[in-house]
Design a protein around this ligand. Sequence first.
Ligand SMILES: C[S@@+](CC[C@H](N)C(=O)[O-])C[C@H]1O[C@@H](n2cnc3c(N)ncnc32)[C@H](O)[C@@H]1O
Length: 200
Amino acid sequence: MFSHIDKQLDELTKQLPEGGEGYLTADQAEFLWAFIRLTRPKIVAETGFNAGHSACVIMRAMETYGGGVLLSYDIGQHDVMQKGAEIVKSRYENFHLVQGDTKQTLATSLALTLSSNNDATLDLAIVDGGHDVETARHDLMVLESVLKPGGYLWLDDFENANCIAVGVNLVGREFAASRKHCLRFRTSDNRGMMIYQKGF
Ligand SMILES: C[S@@+](CC[C@H](N)C(=O)[O-])C[C@H]1O[C@@H](n2cnc3c(N)ncnc32)[C@H](O)[C@@H]1O
């Protein structure tokens, strides 16, 4: 499915279990791959691991320029999470999965990681966990608060034309209304996301 992007990525993602919730389309994967390769983050956080498709794109894209760290968060409501995490972890030692509700885990875990090293900065954060208003708003606000100036915050599933996430749309509109530097993108298969750059 991802052979048009990278052979190793394709082989890796073929090992992941099927199912759970949501999926990463080939166009979305290509967009994420290109964005990572263009902006070259060293530390990335994502809420919503599911079976690990986006995590593989992120880890493999970072590997092409020397590697980086991914902190991934998931409540574990789908069986595929554990198996997927084992596969990603067996290839990438800098991949970390934090299991639990992000409303309880995200702030403390990020603070711990980012304060453990003076040079550590959160360069890119992706919100793709709970799509309800409370969780999406919480995740956006917490991630923005620790994002480095100039870093990017990606709200996945924002204004998807063929897979409508009402909570994400409401929170994204609210967020963009009080901030500059928010852009909406749509892949050619109609999957949407908002990307915000924190002021610098
Ligand atoms: C759309 S899926 C993520 C898709 C994933 N990024 C991928 O590439 O396949 C959303 C995930 O968020 C998780 N989730 C839902 N509510 C959550 C919460 N409150 N805290 C953490 N994870 C949550 C679900 O278990 C699910 O795996």
